[in-house]
Design a protein around this ligand. Structure first.
Ligand SMILES: [Zn+2]
Ligand SMILES: [Zn+2]
Length: 388
């Protein structure tokens, strides 16, 4: 190489770097949330409680749509506070603006963005989210009865946020107040957060069951999401699973008013049996349910789980004639092998055996796991007959 060549080489290297940089497309990866649809509905993964810099959050609204896309969500609601804007000397007070900014990015990414606001008052009634609003500015009237009336007139779905939030508890007890009964009687309150962030409120779960309120599970995120949830290490934000007739904003609204939701928090699913059962059945599969047992020789069965939810099974009662596991942990996206054996070497004949398990992390009520029955058709052959 001669000295004279060096400037030309440097120039072409710079040109190459500039050109190749300009043509390099931006790539990002989306991680799907694997939870099956249920008959008649698509299972949409949603978070209906999210803050931005337009109230007390720390991120710009477009980032919320991008986070949701990356984490496999179908829909989010932006719900900045009406009564609390700690950044208002830097960010103008415009209660519609965070939604407007986020929804544009949502359209680009096919993430449904819903317009919401957090009606923010002392307990009672505490904090309420109104989503599917048409104009959040109209809510700035400082009276929660009036605000919920206006939100209701706009067609909003309204729910009680973090009912067990410590700073708002009375004598440390999670309390249903007369004001909440008033909201329900007026038709202004349809749902309740059973989970907010990492907190589960058994009291709210019980009220949702007894008072027929829609169950929700939301992040209430203020920081960038992966500062609070370790989404790259198998962690996930709390999600409200919505069983909708279509993947649209209007179909989500219809499903929420019809209480078609399940709470997905950590490894727990919380909701009605009519949804938990088909999710479990759609996730778990035995490789066979008809077996022949020779004497006490074990037969190996496999049970697979194609969902992101691990299932913790605990057998209820004893099963006559066979040895089945008392507990069964079916990890997310894995198969589990277990052996089935006759309890007596000389058993013979055909028998339908039904084993009942309680799925400990699928809650139909506080502390009450979903029950599932598995029938097996078993042909018993005594050990002496045939070769072994
Ligand atoms: Zn709040
Ligand atoms: Zn909030």
């Amino acid at each position: 190489m001669t000295k004279e060549n060096i400037p030309a080489l440097v120039a072409s290297a710079i040109l190459f770097a500039v050109v190749s940089h300009a043509h390099e497309p931006v790539t990002r990866a989306r991680t799907a949330v694997n939870i099956p649809d249920v008959p008649g509905f698509v299972t949409l993964k949603c978070d209906f409680h999210i803050h931005t810099v337009f109230s007390d959050g720390y991120v710009w609204p477009t980032v919320r749509a991008e986070e949701a896309w990356r984490e496999g969500l179908d829909a989010i609601a932006i719900t900045d506070h009406i009564e609390y804007q700690p950044h208002k000397s830097d960010v103008n007070t415009n209660h519609n603006r965070s939604y407007q900014i986020a929804s544009g990015r949502g359209e680009d990414l096919e993430v449904i963005v819903i317009k919401g606001s957090e009606i923010t008052h002392e307990m009672p009634p505490g904090h309420l989210n109104a989503i599917f609003l048409t104009n959040s500015m109209q809510l700035a009237v400082r009276d929660w009865r009036e605000e919920t009336r206006i939100a209701h007139q706009q067609g909003a779905f309204i729910f009680w946020n973090h009912p067990g939030w410590e700073p708002q508890l009375k004598n440390n007890i999670v309390t249903w107040h007369d004001e909440h009964s008033w909201l329900v009687e007026q038709g202004f309150l349809q749902g309740i957060e059973v989970v907010n962030g990492r907190d589960y409120y058994p009291e709210a779960h019980r009220w949702a069951v007894d008072r027929k309120l829609t169950m929700l599970s939301n992040s209430d995120i203020h920081a960038p999401l992966n500062m609070d949830f370790h989404v790259h290490d198998g962690d996930h934000r709390p999600l409200t699973l919505v069983f909708a007739k279509a993947r649209t904003s209007e179909a989500i609204r219809e499903a929420l008013f019809d209480r078609r939701t399940v709470v997905y928090s950590g490894d727990k699913l919380i909701g009605e049996e009519r949804f938990l059962k088909p999710i479990f059945d759609g996730s778990v599969r035995f490789n066979r349910t008809s077996v022949t047992l020779k004497g006490r020789k074990p037969v190996y069965l496999q049970v697979s789980n194609n969902s992101d939810v691990p299932f913790e099974l605990e057998r209820i009662g004893v099963v006559e004639g066979v040895n089945l596991p008392g507990t069964l942990m079916i990890a997310a996206r894995k198969s589990v092998l277990f052996d089935l054996k006759a309890t007596a070497a000389d058993a013979s004949g055909e028998k339908r055996v039904v084993v009942t398990y309680r799925v400990k992390n699928l809650l139909v009520a506080p502390g009450e796991g979903l029950q599932c029955e598995f029938p097996f058709d078993i042909t018993f052959t005594p050990a002496s007959s045939g070769n072994n």
